[in-house]
Design a protein around this ligand. Sequence first.
Ligand code: ATP
Length: 601
Amino acid sequence: MRAISRRRPGPTGEEPGGGREARQHLGRAAWAMMRPYRRRVGLALVAVAGALATTLAGPALVEYLINQGLVDHHSMRVVDIAGGAYLAVAAASFALTRWQTSLLSGTGELVLNDLRKRVFGHLLAQPMSFYDSESSGQLLSRMTADIDTLESLVQSGIGTFVMSVGLFFTSVVVLIAISPPLFVATAACLVPIVAASARYRTASTKAYRAVRLRIGDTVSSLDEGLAGVRVIQAFRRERAVGEDFERRNADQLEAELHTVRLASVFFPKVEGTGVLATAAILLVGGAFVHLHLTSIGAVAAYVLYVGNLFNSIQSLSQLFDLLQSSGAALSTVATLLDTHPTMTDPDDPLPLPGSGPLQLDDVHFAYDGERPVVTAVGLRVHPGEHLVLVGPTGAGKSTLAKLVGRLYDPSSGTIRFGGVDLRSASIAGLRQRIVVVPQEGFLFRGSVLDNVRIARPGAREEEVHRAVEALGLSDRFSELPDGLLTEVGERGSHLSAGERQLVSLVRAALTDPAVLVMDEATSSVDPGTGRWVETALAHLTAGRTTITVAHRLTIAERADRVALIDGGRLVEVGAHDELVSAGGPYAELFAAWQGTPEPAG
Ligand code: ATP
């Protein structure tokens, strides 16, 4: 078994490497994908067997025609019959080859269609921690470049591949059956080809994997550049970002050129050896005819069979590039599909109650499993209470909020709602009870209405209107050109940041959760829209358990209680006024925020 030549970190970056194990893994992955279409595959194999039989019959008819029609009997009738049969067999071979190609390629297209759906569904099912370690460009390249490579194999190579493999093995058997000594001469020519193929395979497997990685890097750079184009232009980083892209593009070119160099040495070798083999057969075969060891017809048939053998090697060699890159593509896609989501529903999920306290007990968390970001946090949030998390930047406030929304699971400790551990509930049930409203509301292309409805796809239009009304936003939304039917553009680009926040608040209202977890929503909004956001928030949070990550302390003054987080620990918790009069760390932070120096003593 070959050693794994290169590994890179990350769940999808784990390459199965070369060797038998990797091939078995690939074989299993390919078979699992084809299973639903096994009837079509079975039919295609019948067509392949028929096409092979007709291809092999051709040279046998030539032998019969030469020996029986020309050399032994000079019979025109035999020539006519054998010639006619040759034509019929060639026509049948053509029809069967077409049939098997269309069956196999059609099946391949169906498999790829399934694969695209599976990969995207799989990515959507991954928890946040998966996206912390994966670059979106690499993932995009799985969906585009890798699946496109498989597409090329399916469209142009799969039928030829199956046919050539069949032709190779059957030709070897027939050649041995016709004349073992002549086969020895043929095999002598095959040895260097087999050795060169083995070397080419090792080198090109590595080279094509490198190409796949480089393509992923280029797509990553492109993806990041396009997503951050506003920042790039604002800070005049076009040149630096362009140079970074050029570097990655040049690396990709180098990797691609390496595969071209390998191919340009290997293919002419195969071609040249085929010519050598034919010359050897003619020489040795001619000598055998003189010595009456074989017939002229048999030598002619032999040359045709050797032609078939080398044609199949030639076709397989030409497909080698495609097979290598498809194998590498399939292996990265299969490895991605092998990563199981770490956050799954329990076997018997418990329902979360409609209301209840939120209880955190000795919660610890580290993103990378090593550096603690949340340490020993214990906290009880009462039903209907508004708790505000405050603390210096990087203290772990947002992380704690994400743990409560179960975007991540604690490394140890428990978070319960209404007495039920969040990990014992189904994820769908949890997302109905606890809703996380991010600071930047992400909108999809479509209308405002469509975007609100992603919170509850079955919601009727009146229900959306009621949610808008409940937040006191009817007048604000009617100012939009087409009201709720206004198209928001890609990522909501036709709306202002504040309007996007209003849409995410209506989404939360439509879900009507028991607990709302939010990043302070008013920070990036103009004062006019800010007032609408304040109104909507007042309606949304009234009587609802709410945890807000605050960046400005005005919000803390209005909350029921404040929890001060520092260095991932809960330092102080209590009502704003109590904490200020206690004169502890929160009082210091508040005083600093107000810009008032602390009284001496
Ligand atoms: P801020 O007020 O600036 O938003 P915060 O208190 O909300 O800060 P967090 O966002 O919770 O802080 O981050 C806490 C720590 O965890 C920081 O050191 C941050 O660098 C780290 N961190 C945050 N997200 C990740 C992540 N996805 N992977 C690894 N580390 C992370």
